[in-house]
Design a protein around this ligand. Structure first.
Ligand code: CTP
Ligand code: MG
Length: 222
């Protein structure tokens, strides 16, 4: 494999409701992070995995993952971008491709990892998996008044894993000013062209309780 995968897993999971940090919450009896790592390990391109864990859980996460996959575990930061930066700093220097994959997208299929890695290997500087937007999208003001309807045809919902030529991601993080919610956004600000590949319904981000319920069903039907 020629790919390092950074796994931001340091979030608290506020929108999922009270409980453990989200990456440690259970799906089918196992932590979301364990599901995510198993699938990453099934992707032949993946050589190295670096997990950014909740700062207070680094040792516990390391122990939990010891029997799952050979991974490096570092302490995450107080926002996602900081967690990715911490993981990036721990990647060995010889790997040319870096993917960033949310632990919260615990059921993303190995084939999606391979598709993103392959697009970077084929020459793209940055690659994101996307899905068309299905709902009508409106812009709404602070008191709930509709300001307008957005043309959804050119819109895409963006998933992870996102893939990068390593130096492109490193340069974007080094130049980053305000924290963003995805890495491709940082790269866009550098003027780098970002390429889309088809996403997967199974790569949904487990964010709210409904998503966890849906993921339980997806897991049971795999
Ligand atoms: N993440 C991270 N470090 C942070 C915040 C988020 O590594 N300081 C990770 C999460 O663990 C998750 C991914 O980034 O795998 C996407 O973030 P999100 O879905 O927002 O997760 P949380 O921040 O945990 O959830 P919430 O925003 O509801 O608190
Ligand atoms: Mg969050």
């Amino acid at each position: 494999g020629d790919v390092a995968v950074l796994v931001p897993a340091a979030g608290s999971g506020t929108r999922l409701g009270p409980g453990a940090p989200k990456a440690l919450r259970l799906l089918g009896g196992e932590p979301l992070l364990v599901h995510a790592l198993r699938r990453l390990c099934l992707a032949p391109s993946v050589a190295v995995i670096v997990v950014a864990a909740p700062p207070g859980e680094v040792d516990a996460v390391r122990a939990m993952l010891a029997s799952v996959a050979p991974v490096t575990v570092v302490a995450g930061g107080d926002h996602r971008q900081a967690s990715v930066a911490a993981a990036l700093a721990a990647v060995p220097p010889d790997l040319p491709i870096v993917l960033v994959h949310d632990a919260a997208r615990a059921l993303a299929p190995p084939a999606l990892v391979e598709a993103v890695a392959a697009a970077v290997r084929a020459g793209a500087e940055a690659v994101i998996p996307v899905l068309p937007v299905v709902d009508t999208i409106k812009e709404v003001g602070p008191t709930g008044e509709v300001r307008g309807t957005v043309d959804r045809a050119p819109l895409r919902a963006v998933q992870t894993p996102q893939g990068f030529q390593r130096q492109v991601l490193a340069a974007a993080h080094a130049a980053a000013v305000d924290p963003l919610t995805d890495d491709a956004g940082l790269v866009e600000k550098q003027g780098v062209r970002v390429t889309c590949v088809p996403g997967s319904d199974h790569a949904l981000k487990i964010t709210r309780p409904f998503d966890l319920l849906l993921a339980e069903h997806l897991l049971a039907s795999e």
